[in-house]
Design a protein around this ligand. Structure first.
Ligand SMILES: NC(=O)c1ccc[n+]([C@@H]2O[C@H](COP(=O)([O-])OP(=O)(O)OC[C@H]3O[C@@H](n4cnc5c(N)ncnc54)[C@H](OP(=O)(O)O)[C@@H]3O)[C@@H](O)[C@H]2O)c1
Length: 253
């Protein structure tokens, strides 16, 4: 059975991937979507012309991975594309944020993404693609967004290393690194501090379209927009301590 899997498909960029992937793959038998809000996932079926299999569950718990593993094996799945989108951020200084929320970020953004990747890899073959949602926040340490930026630096590093490991099997890995994108992300993260950042907000549809194009071309990174491309270049040139200082000023810490 040819399938694509999208985590975090109930809103934002995950939902956009779920909507756009069936246009890219014409021979998919099913699209598997994962998130906690069942109603939102059910609504998706009205907009997608291929069968949707809903896994409503919390990726910070074991049972959902056990269920996915069971279904992959039972259906002799051939995963054409895995998109790990589920994630969240919390804006604020470390000493003032809830500890459970901060550790939860590492749990979902890093652990769950790694576990999903490991669970799916045995079901991928030549031509399969992995897309990992990192962030431009991965480019440098960010006072005021510290744990989130560190969790996304993990995703970026993990994706680059994985890409080298699986390339010989014909599997591609693309780390997506957008700047701010207009989604429900900020309802949970807290509002953007600076007006400049709000002005930089991209449209989820465009970011996802670019990510899929970059994945098809086998690119290891997808960075949307000129300003984020410039940030990437700067982060390669300037020392982390200077970048962290600049981020502290931008985030008004
Ligand atoms: N928006 C931005 O500015 C931005 C920029 C760069 C990178 N990103 C990254 O892009 C990814 C998608 O974010 P988005 O902007 O599309 O935000 P979003 O609209 O808030 O979507 C987050 C998705 O993650 C799912 N999710 C959250 N906790 C979960 C859990 N414990 N188990 C299963 N699913 C869970 C949510 O579904 P349920 O609530 O239904 O579970 C939702 O579908 C994230 O990894 C984020 O870090 C976002």
């Amino acid at each position: 059975m040819n399938i694509a899997i999208v985590t975090g498909a109930s809103s934002g960029m995950g939902k956009e991937f779920a909507l756009q992937i069936p246009h890219l793959y014409k021979n998919l038998d099913e699209l598997w979507v994962i998130a906690r809000r069942t109603g939102r996932l059910k609504e998706l079926q009205q907009e997608i012309h291929i069968p949707l299999r809903i896994f409503d569950g919390d990726l910070q718990r074991d049972y959902i991975f056990e269920k996915i593993e069971r279904e992959l094996s039972r259906n002799e799945a051939n995963i054409r594309m895995l998109v790990n989108t589920a994630g969240y951020g919390k804006i604020g200084v470390i000493s003032e944020l809830d500890t459970k929320e901060q550790c939860g970020m590492v749990d979902l953004n890093c652990n769950a993404l790694t576990r999903m990747t490991c669970v799916c890899l045995p079901y991928m073959r030549k031509g399969s693609r992995i897309i990992q949602l990192a962030s431009a926040a991965a480019f440098c340490p960010q006072p005021g967004f510290a744990v989130y930026a560190a969790s996304k630096a993990y995703v970026l590093s993990f994706s680059h290393a994985l890409e080298k490991e699986v390339r010989k099997k014909g599997i591609s890995v693309t780390a997506v690194c957008p700047g701010p994108v207009r989604t429900e992300f900020f309802d949970r993260a807290g509002s953007l501090v600076s007006g400049e950042k709000e002005a930089l907000c991209a449209d989820a549809r465009d970011v996802v379209k670019q990510a899929l194009i970059d994945s098809v071309h086998g690119r290891s990174m997808s960075v949307y927009g000129a300003s984020m491309k410039a940030s990437r270049i700067l982060s390669k040139i300037l020392p982390d301590s200077l970048l962290a200082w600049a981020m502290m000023k931008i985030n008004h810490i």
